[in-house]
Design a binder for this molecule. Sequence first.
Ligand code: PLP
Length: 409
Amino acid sequence: MSNRSDGTDESGGTSDNGRNHGGGDDHRFETRAIRAGQDPDPVTGALMTPIHANSTYEQDGPGEHRGYEYSRTGNPTRSDLEANLASLESGNHARCFSSGMGAINTVLNLLEAGDHVVAGNDVYGGTHRILTQVYEQYDLETTFVDTTDHDAVRDAMRPATELVWVETPTNPLMNVNDIGALAEIAHDNDALCAVDNTFATPYLQRPLERGADIVCQSLTKYLGGHSDTIGGALVVDDADLDERLGFYQNSVGATPGPFDDFLVLRGTKTLPVRMDRHCENAMELAEWLEGRDDVSRVYYPGLESHPDHDLAAEQMDAFGGMLSFEFDGTLDQASTVVTETEVFTLAESLGGVESLIEQPAAMTHAAIPREERLDAGLTDGLIRVSVGIEHVDDMKADLRRAFEAASTE
Ligand SMILES: *Cc1c(COP(=O)(O)O)cnc(C)c1O
């Protein structure tokens, strides 16, 4: 992973955000993960950012505050996290929210009735839900397309299209979308391009460097990294865009508490070492699964058999910790697999240090009618795993045992 931007080269695209503290732009990702936004407390010298459990701030005179007036509007713990995330995503400005959905909602707040959105047909379920079940009633229309098909994306664009929403890799088949190409299509139409970077994290992929206007993160996943908090973030380069997002952040009020900000800051410090192990384990597990007779197909962008492998190799520094595979069996047998595993916990979500397993046809994608689901490649035996950082040999033994239990049913 030596080609990761260190923020100093031309392509790094980082510029002074005025609050980079000890994690200056001249440092590499691993250093900024620990240092950016993380100066020792000026009053006490405390190394770690204090949890500013505090709602309001003393003013020196009416309207004369010292940078903070009310914690929905701004809180020092959140500011440190925002500075940290801006640096990691190679952006100038970051805004944090109480969930990934809070962040996504804030991007949609930029739009008006009559506007049109183009989004991937395999975006996160919550993104699909807010676009259809919340925003359609405000006359915001969305066309869902296969975003790996650029002609289809171009055809879906209208004069009213103001936003192209991209996710990559996607869930659960790990389709990889070309961020640069999609940003160009958006810009040709004077639309914004937003990229949900939750699966890859900024350690593996920095969409702003490829022309995206907004990066969205569910901090709940890899950035928090320990399955102990919910959070979201938006990162941008453009100061005006940041100001507009800040207006909605403050007006809508889906802002995180300082305890959650603290937990995410604790997580981002170890993001590089965790991701290295997630990627290493996922690659080894994917290759092992691909060699088994009871597995008919493995979806992992790191495998040469993956249709988007070349794009992934070019766009990402490594291939991530998420993979899916088809267990060669019935819906019930696949249910037995996910119930029998012990190292892999049966649960939705992803990105924590512990391995999770789930069955899309019975869980995350159960709402899709079966025929439609099968057409989309989501077979009954499809199993998705979030590969944790435990020992990979324990994962293999766990899956082998669960496969045996399911096949003797
Ligand atoms: C989880 C997730 C979200 C939503 O984030 P929350 O923190 O759960 O609100 C959005 N996009 C992707 C890709 C996710 O995995």
